[in-house]
Design a protein around this ligand. Structure first.
Ligand code: FES
Length: 99
């Protein structure tokens, strides 16, 4: 059983937020056209908060040094060896659930 970490309505369409999940884990949530995706909030470059970046379509740009990541796959567009970590979530009704 997962843990409800946010409400879908907390994440603006076309935008992102970062939240404190269980066990001190920070999670970045992204709303791409009404579909929610999640990455570890910690940017693999130097630890910037990905959920405070800017989202364009499925690509988030880190607010610290501008590396960009695909929120669906974690793929890094600047360094293929440094993907962001995908976080497994599900959405049930309004609940965003960390699996
Ligand atoms: S910490 Fe994210 S680009 Fe540097």
């Amino acid at each position: 059983m997962g843990t409800v970490i946010a409400k879908k309505g907390d994440v603006p369409t076309g935008g992102c937020i970062s939240i404190d999940g269980p066990d001190g884990k920070e999670v970045a949530l992204f709303n791409v056209g009404g579909e929610i995706f999640a990455l570890d909030n910690t940017c693999p470059h130097a630890g910037g908060p990905l959920g405070e970046g800017s989202l364009e379509a499925t690509i988030v740009t880190c607010p610290w040094h501008g590396w960009s990541f695909d929120v669906k796959t974690g793929e890094c567009q600047n360094n293929p060896d440094a993907p962001a970590k995908c976080v497994k979530i599900s959405v049930k009704g309004e609940d965003v659930i960390l699996e």
